[in-house]
Design a protein around this ligand. Structure first.
Ligand SMILES: Nc1ncnc2c1ncn2[C@@H]1O[C@H](COP(=O)(O)OP(=O)(O)O)[C@@H](O)[C@H]1O
Ligand SMILES: N[C@@H](CC(=O)OP(=O)(O)O)C(=O)O
Length: 554
């Protein structure tokens, strides 16, 4: 079968090596270069011959032939194929070694129709290792070069550079600076949030330099960018900074501008930004590269945002809790945001916001299993058959039962309770109220260290006890049921049946205004068992049976 494609601009095409005939190559336009570096395929990199000409590639799979020649291009093709088209974000597990980086390069090249912006996380567990190295440096280590985690990071990066056939000068400056930073932390005996952000930034700065170096080596022109140098402006909330509006136009100008001057695939550090007051490196919270990707997608108005993970998409529950979890084919932004906020590690909690604002579809794919369809996240989807989409667990939650002593009327009571949390800078996750009482859970992501948690909780209780009786309950879990809350009666009937047969008491229940989430609070010790039982009831039973058993939806 013969396929024919018109291609303009710098492109990389992969064909089986055997399919290229040298007599065709001789007759090709001079601006075409042929790169036989890759092992399993031959890569043709074809800069557009001139503003007025394009390249036509004809592949005849039957004859194993590839014919390339130049020809005038049409206006529409010129415009569409010249633009940056999508973001592809690869997480730490996708770029954990030299072999993985080769596979990711090959994966990117297998989409010749795309002009992607690539966002990378740090290699494998580099971020965790850097944090531990920093903590060890701050706690009286006499010689930082003896910190195992530092040695691990150095070895991993030098080994990767070596295996990819790159020059180690690509990362030596960074590794030397990293060691000097750890020495300074050891002298000060303190790891401030600001120093911690600078410390972990070395992970993304090195992974992107290595990957970009590798692409250039195999003849695919790429350009490395540190996000903090190209307009990622954030608040100065070190370790959990928010992206500011000014980021979108700044990043778009820089990336579009460079691309239009000289086509080269942009390789951008995920997770990092620059504090607008301090000008210091900030990070966007753990897993923040997803947010980098969606910010670029919105800023540049791209067609699609792809986040490549080590699972077949967003699953019906955390596969570490239940390995029979199944991929969810389609989610709305609201469902995905709720799922991420309530603890599904697969997506960063804030990452859906830019995608939703820019109405740009997000695709969650598996870089280890690229043919799996993954999960598509869009503004809306057909909910007529949807019941439950996914079950999410957030552990180690603190819950407060606050009962009014009636020193204040109902309005005053609610206002006083919430202003106490505002004054202390603590976010509340799930709330249920009656006329004289409030039950709520506290967002653990805003409570940093153990000591602080206790101190903050003591302050909260002391303040609230001025107007209420307060009962503080720790070691609780939130089980969030993400799905079609229009069918809440059906969902809850099933949930309570499952929990009753498993002897579990629900301590609080809340149906959020988002209309996609019902949250249940149970003891930590019972939570995983509950998730498994609920998963089996909702996802391993035929849902049509479920509806039929229960009649039509309310
Ligand atoms: N509902 C869920 N769906 C998919 N993965 C989940 C879910 N809950 C937790 N996970 C975990 O999230 C991991 C992927 O997220 P993450 O490690 O942040 O990816 P990456 O580092 O590749 O960006 C999976 O390996 C899985 O263990
Ligand atoms: N490297 C950072 C940022 C990130 O997004 O990582 P990942 O994509 O591997 O979750 C972290 O570990 O938090």
């Amino acid at each position: 079968m013969e396929t024919s494609t018109h291609l303009y601009g710098i492109k990389t095409y992969c064909f089986p090596k055997s399919s290229l005939h040298s007599q065709y190559l001789c007759s090709k336009p001079r601006s075409f270069d042929f790169n036989p570096h890759t092992e399993s395929c031959t890569t043709l990199r074809i800069p557009s011959p001139s503003k007025k000409r394009g390249v036509r590639v004809v592949c005849d799979a039957r004859k194993n032939d590839v014919l390339v020649h130049s020809e005038p291009k049409s206006q529409n093709l010129q415009e569409s194929s010249h633009q940056l088209s999508c973001v592809m974000k690869f997480g730490g597990s996708s770029v954990a070694s030299a072999d993985r980086m080769k596979e990711i390069a090959e994966l990117i090249l297998s989409f010749p129709e795309e002009n992607p912006v690539i966002v990378l996380s740090a290699m494998g567990k580099t971020t965790n290792n850097l944090i531990v190295a920093g903590e060890k440096a701050a706690s009286c280590v006499s010689d930082v070069s003896e910190i195992n985690e530092l040695s691990f990071v150095k070895e991993l990066h030098y080994k990767t550079v070596n295996e990819l056939g790159l020059d180690k000068s690509l990362i030596t400056d960074h590794l030397e600076k990293l060691e000097r930073l750890l020495n300074s932390i050891a002298v000060l005996k303190e790891l401030t949030p600001r120093a911690r952000d600078y410390l972990v930034s070395f992970g993304e700065c090195m992974s992107t330099r290595i990957f970009s170096g590798y692409l250039n080596k195999i003849g695919v022109k790429s350009r490395q960018y540190d996000a903090f140098d190209i307009g990622f402006i954030t608040t100065d909330d070190f370790t959990n900074a928010d992206i500011l509006e000014a980021t979108y136009p700044a990043v778009a100008n820089k990336l579009h501008g460079d691309w239009n001057n000289d086509f080269a695939i942009p390789i951008v550090t995920g997770f990092l930004g620059k504090g607008w007051r301090t000008c210091a490196v900030t990070t966007l919270g753990r897993g923040g590269s997803d947010l980098t990707a969606t910010t670029i997608g919105k800023g540049l108005g791209l067609r699609e945002i792809q986040v490549w993970k080590d699972v077949d998409g967003v699953l019906t529950c955390d596969p570490n809790i239940y390995e029979g979890a199944k991929p969810v084919p389609h989610l709305t932004f609201d469902e995905a945001a709720e799922l991420a906020y309530f603890g599904a590690q697969v997506l960063h909690p804030q990452s859906m916001r830019p995608a939703r604002e820019g109405d740009i579809p997000v695709r969650v794919k598996n870089s280890y299993n690229r043919n799996a369809p993954g999960t598509l996240i869009t503004k809306s989807r057909d909910m007529s058959k949807a019941i439950l989409t996914s079950i999410v667990l957030k552990r180690n939650i603190t819950m407060l039962d606050i009962v009014s002593t009636r020193m204040l009327g109902q309005f005053g009571f609610l206002a006083k309770v919430f202003s106490t949390f505002e004054d202390l800078g603590i976010s509340v996750d799930v709330v249920a109220t009656s006329e004289v009482s409030i039950s709520l859970t506290l967002d653990p992501s805003k409570l940093w260290s153990r000591e602080l948690i206790q101190q903050e909780l003591d302050n909260v209780v002391e303040e609230l006890e001025k107007i209420a009786k307060v009962n503080l309950l720790q070691h609780r879990s939130i089980i969030s049921l993400i799905g079609n809350v229009q069918r809440s009666s059906l969902i809850l009937e099933k949930v309570f049946h499952v929990l009753r047969t498993n002897g579990v008491n629900v301590q609080m229940i809340s149906q959020g205004a988002s209309k996609v989430n019902i949250s249940l609070i149970v003891n930590d010790s019972e939570s995983e068992r509950c998730v498994r039982a609920l998963h089996s009831a909702f996802f391993e039973t035929d849902l049509a049976d479920l509806v039929n058993q229960n009649g039509s939806p309310p």
